[in-house]
Design a protein around this ligand. Structure first.
Ligand code: 5GP
Length: 207
């Protein structure tokens, strides 16, 4: 029997380095599946439709909401973002550890719908580092940077709602990715996630 995968919600302010940490973990651990979200924001340089996001119009996104095609959604920096039902359904049952890289509002919607989901907040070591990272990206306007920093302050209020914290220090991506992999390993060892084990141990199902 395939063991059910973990539904893993990963949040953190824009500039925390979530994407880099997740990519590093996924390169080394093939049990992860990355849920590709839908968004109405424009692609950044180098971003590919259906790889980074499903880039859609506002009209299309509003159709998704009406049709129940998104399991959670929010508005962030004046754009819609949402997790597509088609990206998550069945993947955990197939044994994949499904990563939802989403912000705090979406994370709380997921926790309500799927209480067994595990939530991780990835943070830079301090606020100044966050600001430096956003500026060095060079892909955001000054106004956008300010909006993202304000949003980061707001997101920190939800810190206590998360199950785990990972601090992503500069030049320590591998260490942060190792922590993400460890969290999933530990979650798989929970007795709650292995309810049939006592029966298997005594071979009760084969009699
Ligand atoms: P960015 O524009 O930097 O790619 O993403 C902005 C924020 O939206 C990030 O915090 C990212 O994690 C979040 N985000 C991306 N996809 C989703 C989603 O499907 N749902 C929600 N709620 N947030 C998302």
């Amino acid at each position: 029997m395939t063991k059910k995968g973990v539904l893993l919600v990963v949040s953190g302010p824009s500039g925390a380095g979530k994407g880099t940490v997740i990519r590093d973990a996924m390169e080394r651990d093939k049990s992860f599946y990355y849920s590709v979200s839908a968004t109405t924001r424009a692609p950044r340089a180098g971003e590919i439709d259906r790889v980074n996001y499903h880039f859609v119009t506002r009209e299309r996104f509003e159709e998704f909401i009406r049709d129940g095609a998104v399991v959670e959604h929010t508005e962030y920096s004046q754009n819609y973002y949402g997790t597509l039902r088609s990206e998550t359904e069945g993947k955990c049952d197939d044994g994949f550890n499904v990563i939802l890289e989403i912000e705090v509002d979406g994370a709380s919607q997921i926790k309500k719908k799927f209480p067994e989901a595990v939530s991780v907040m990835i943070l830079p070591p301090d606020f100044k580092t966050l600001e430096n990272r956003l500026r060095s990206r060079g892909t955001n306007t000054e106004e956008d940077i300010k909006r993202r920093l304000d949003r980061a302050r707001e997101e920190m209020k939800f810190y206590g709602d998360y199950d785990y914290l990972i601090v992503n220090y500069d030049n320590e991506v591998r260490a942060a990715a190792d922590e993400l992999i460890s969290i999933v390993k530990c979650e798989h060892m929970r007795t709650l996630r292995n309810p049939d084990f006592p029966a298997e141990f005594f071979n009760l199902n084969n009699n």
